[in-house]
Design a binder for this molecule. Structure first.
Ligand code: SF4
Length: 245
């Protein structure tokens, strides 16, 4: 005779309280984490804004055209080097028409303090020529048009749009890329993906202000090598504090 195995008694499922159910339906773990991350990010940025109330574009210019050219020249160098070069440059070639017809050898000499001067001289002259040919010598007002210009990427376009035309945007330069990662705002490496993460994290009206604030912090405290965490107002909140030598 075959002996039947005893049937295990399955304990009844514990009923969840109605409060628990409500809490779980309102905010999932993912949503709660996002809220915590967002609150922390806002706290960090409000402290940094307090530290740098004067944060604004440090390039010297007298017109949208001059800011555009100065921003193209600012790649891989400091604003101080750019300002040193653009003083004499804009004295001789203050607008798109004069710069487009400049002697290229002379241009190279003038932009030498900014580094990569062969490529930069060629870029700013080609950009000036495009402005003359396609935009009546004026700087266009949309990102789509700006990025068609030689030497102009999203970062340069967003700087010009934000500073000149008041269009909010993230200028994801080397400082914004580095600090966004250190502060835990993004895990991305690609500047466009970083820009998207920052756009999701902060309100639209603050994008330009926060962008220049991060740039200021990167230049003055959160250096690429040996950041001065002991002088940083967000060292208690920053996930990278004191970890980078
Ligand atoms: S604590 Fe250090 S790593 Fe973090 S933002 Fe400040 S300076 Fe940069």
């Amino acid at each position: 005779m075959i002996k039947k195995a005893p049937i295990k008694e399955v304990p009844p499922k514990q009923k969840r309280s109605s409060e628990e159910k409500a809490a779980n339906s309102k905010t999932s773990v993912g949503t709660r984490n996002k809220l915590v991350k967002s609150a922390l990010a806002h706290k960090i940025m409000s402290l940094l804004i307090k530290k740098y109330p004067e944060a604004e574009c440090e390039l010297s210019y007298k017109s949208p055209f001059q800011l555009l050219i100065a921003t193209i020249l600012s790649a891989q160098t400091t604003d101080a080097s750019v300002n040193k070069a653009t003083g004499p440059l804009f004295k001789e070639y203050p607008d798109a028409k004069t710069l487009a017809s400049a002697d290229i050898k002379h241009l190279r000499e003038l932009v030498k303090p900014t580094g990569y001067y062969n490529a930069k001289a060629a870029n700013i002259q080609a950009c000036a020529q495009q402005l003359v040919d396609q935009f009546d010598g004026q700087v266009p007002k949309t990102q789509e048009e700006l990025v068609t210009l030689r030497g102009v990427g999203r970062k340069t376009a967003n700087v010009v749009l934000g500073v000149i035309y008041g269009v909010r945007g993230w200028a994801v330069d080397t400082h914004v890329q580095r600090l966004s990662k250190r502060l835990g705002f993004t895990k991305e490496k690609d500047p466009v993906k970083i820009e998207k993460d920052l756009e999701k994290l902060f309100p639209h009206e603050d994008w330009s202000k926060l962008s220049i604030t991060l740039i200021f912090h990167g230049r003055r405290t959160c250096f690429a090598k040996k950041p001065a965490c002991h002088l940083c107002p967000v060292d208690k909140l920053c996930p990278s504090a004191y970890k980078i030598k």
